[in-house]
Design a protein around this ligand. Structure first.
Ligand code: ADP
Ligand code: MG
Length: 251
């Protein structure tokens, strides 16, 4: 007959093989609890699997947060100057359903009005709901796509980006782009159109987007694709930093 020790050894071995680390850690402690509280077998199993599931969920969120490249200090809790109309939109965005419909979010406002902070905060909240998010400055994204294009791997790069439910492109149009750069950006927007969400911040109103996409046709086509299914957030606010430095001088 197997001794208790043998049984534990075999169990530990199986749980390792089956990749159930949390069950392995807790099964004894939970078994004692079950005996103490006279819990049934099913209840015991449920408790164990719930723990395994929760630890896995936490690990997955931590991994997604890391992969998202989001600045984690920009959260909704630290965002204190929400205009009412924007706040109403944000409440809707937070349930994440817009991602299933591949809707876009376009955020406009002066430099310092909080565009980047707000989208990052929304992005982080979505990761906590198990959504895949990637934050990237527009200029960096364009450079990466350009390299991929030159190496004839643009299609693969777009496919990799398509794994993300939400792509946050920060500061579109901030750096003047040449024609080749604009073309890869357009290819990305066309690729995601009606398939995956794009969340954009820009200091430039649409009327100035010809500076980004160079010719009127491409500009119109890009705006058309972005706006078709979109939510627009207007942060018509003075610079947060400027306001704060004024306030601290008044004190
Ligand atoms: P933008 O992207 O519009 O230029 P940022 O989001 O970078 O502006 O905001 C500039 C700075 O001010 C950042 O450090 C940001 O965290 C802070 N900030 C902006 N708006 C708010 C806000 N409503 N509450 C808290 N901090 C804010
Ligand atoms: Mg910004």
């Amino acid at each position: 007959m197997e001794t208790r020790n043998d049984l534990d050894k075999t169990l530990t071995h199986y749980l390792k093989e089956l990749h159930l680390p949390t069950v392995r850690e807790c099964y004894e402690e939970q078994a004692e609890r079950a005996r103490r509280e006279s819990l049934g077998y099913e209840h015991y199993l449920l408790d164990l699997l719930e723990r395994e599931r929760e630890v896995r969920r936490q690990n997955r969120i931590a991994r997604l947060l890391h992969q998202s490249k989001l600045p984690l200090e920009k959260t909704l809790q630290t965002f204190d100057r929400m205009p009412r109309k924007v706040g109403a939109h944000v409440d809707v965005l937070l349930d994440g359903a817009f991602l299933d419909r591949a809707k876009n979010v376009l955020t406009f406002g002066n430099p310092g009005s909080g565009k980047t902070h707000l989208l990052c905060a929304i992005g982080q909240a979505l990761v906590h709901q198990d959504r895949r998010v990637l934050f990237t400055p527009c200029s960096l994204l364009v450079q990466e796509l350009l390299i991929a294009k030159r190496e004839l791997t643009l299609a693969r790069a777009l496919k990799r980006l398509a794994q993300y439910d939400a792509l946050i492109i920060d500061d579109i149009g901030y750096v003047q782009q040449n024609r080749e750069e604009m073309e890869v950006l357009f290819a990305l927007l066309a690729d995601r159109y009606e398939r995956r969400s794009v969340l954009i911040t820009s200091n430039l109103p649409f009327s100035k987007w010809e500076q980004i996409f160079k010719d009127p046709m491409t500009t119109a086509a890009a705006i058309d694709r972005l706006v078709h299914h979109s939510i627009i957030l207007e942060l018509n606010l003075p610079s947060y930093r400027l306001e704060q430095s004024k306030r601290s001088k008044e004190k």
